[in-house]
Each structure stands twice: as structure tokens, then as C-alpha cells.
Design a protein around this ligand. Structure first.
Ligand code: PKZ
Length: 121
């Protein structure tokens, strides 16, 4: 898997319990997932589906989040990627835990927002 994004959640991204909002994490996964498809599509892409989002562990302010991605499938106009998210925490006694993973599909689109055949397909 390839490192696509690394980010530190901030207090503004936390909910009333002090854990990071799932929706904020989903937005970061969408961005991280788009990196490999954007390279392959060589142009505009749009997210068409997100499957199997599972939150395994809470994320806290101060965790360093790393988003790893790999291409699962390349179709005629679409690319599906698998993204896994790991949190590094507790610097004094470092722990790395997988916090979530998801499959996302992106479609290459033209200037009118219609599906576009991927380069080389
Ligand atoms: C220099 C580079 C560095 C990189 C640096 C990174 C930069 C990175 C920047 C970009 C960052 C953007 C990342 C955020 C992207 C958004 O946030 S986009 C906003 C949210 N998404 C949208 O608004 C999309 C709305 N949907 C649509 O406009 C249309 O549905 C679409 C996406 C154009 C597709 O059109 P459609 O007519 O529904 O599609 P259709 O012809 O039926 O099928 C097209 C393909 O999609 C597949 N598909 C359709 N529905 C589904 C489904 N439910 N599930 C799975 N696949 C499906 C089909 O199987 C088909 O695949 P192929 O067989 O051709 O491979």
C-alpha cells in the first residue's frame, strides 16, 4: 500500500466526547483515496461510491493519522481503491492502531461531468 496522506486532527474536528468526528475522517479518506485515481485518470474525477466504512477504534486529538491506499480495480471509466487508516499515539510508549478502512470508487469525468474513458483503456 502507498502512503497517500498524513494529517493531525485538531480540537475543532472533535465531537462532544473528545473523539474525532467520523464524518471528518470520512472526508480525509475520500481525499486520500483520490490520489492514485487522480494520477491514473490524468484529469477530473468524482467519487461515485464508498463501501464498507468500519470504525474500529476511536481517533483522538493528538493522534497522527496515516492513510494508505492501493488500487483494487481499474475499469473502463472507474477506479476502485482500498484505503486503510492508522493512528500513531502515545509517543512515550508508541502504539500504532488501525482505526478504519474503506473501499471507494472514483469515475474519470470530462468537462461536462460525464464519465470519461481512462487513459490507455
Ligand atoms: C497530479 C496528480 C496528483 C493527485 C493529487 C490528488 C488530487 C485529487 C483531487 C481530486 C479530489 C477529488 C476527491 C473528491 C471527489 C468528490 O468529492 S466528488 C463529489 C461527490 N461525487 C459526486 O458528486 C458524483 C455524482 N455522480 C455523478 O456525477 C455520476 O454518477 C458519475 C460519477 C459521473 C458517473 O456517471 P453515471 O452515469 O452514474 O455512471 P455510469 O456510466 O453508469 O458508470 C460509470 C462508471 O462508474 C461505475 N459505477 C457507477 N455506479 C457505481 C456504484 N454505485 N459503485 C461502484 N461503481 C459504480 C460503473 O461501473 C462505471 O465503471 P466502468 O465500468 O466504466 O469502469
Amino acid at each position: 500500500m502507498e502512503l497517500a496522506l498524513r494529517v493531525l486532527p485538531m480540537p475543532a474536528d472533535a465531537n462532544a466526547n473528545g473523539d474525532i468526528f467520523g464524518g471528518w475522517i470520512m472526508a480525509q479518506v475520500d481525499l486520500a483515496g483520490s490520489v492514485l485515481p487522480a494520477r491514473l485518470a490524468k484529469g477530473r474525477i468524482a467519487t461515485v461510491s464508498v463501501n464498507q466504512f468500519v470504525f474500529k477504534q476511536p481517533v483522538s486529538v493528538g493522534d497522527l493519522l496515516s492513510f494508505y491506499a492501493r488500487v483494487e480495480r481499474v475499469g473502463r471509466t472507474s477506479i476502485t481503491v482500498h484505503v486503510e487508516v492508522y493512528a500513531e499515539r502515545n509517543p512515550a510508549d508508541l502504539r500504532v492502531v488501525k482505526v478504519t478502512e474503506a473501499n471507494l470508487t472514483y469515475v474519470a469525468i470530462d468537462g461536462d461531468g460525464k464519465p470519461r474513458v481512462l487513459p490507455g483503456r
